[in-house]
Design a protein. Structure first.
Length: 106
């Protein structure tokens, strides 16, 4: 007759959760978000790992010759994309953990 070991059960659940989180992080690399600024003058695409995949600058933005404005547009678009990716990953993590707030994960 085997005894129920609650610590063993908790460890198994933690390991299973860790494996699911690992898979989710791998899948995150394939997911992308896009954001733009300046009315579409600058558009960026990043993945779930927060890696910048593409940067598109409309020719009209270059004609203006205002480097500072262009820099601001790039920064705004990248920051917006990062926020979108973090929200996406947060939602997926929430689904994975059943809404539990786990320090370091949520």
């Amino acid at each position: 007759m085997s005894k129920f070991n609650p610590l063993s059960s908790i460890m198994e659940q933690a390991q299973a959760l860790q494996e699911r989180i690992g898979r989710m992080q791998e899948e995150a690399a394939a997911k992308t978000v896009e954001a733009s600024s300046g009315g579409g003058m600058v558009t960026v695409t990043i993945n779930g790992r927060l890696e910048l995949l593409s940067l598109r600058i409309e020719p009209e933005a270059l004609k203006a010759g205002d480097a500072e404005m262009l820099q601001d547009l790039v920064i705004a678009a990248v920051n917006q994309a990062i926020r979108k990716a973090q929200e996406l990953m947060g939602e997926e993590m929430k689904q994975l953990t059943g809404g539990l707030k786990i320090p370091g994960l949520t």
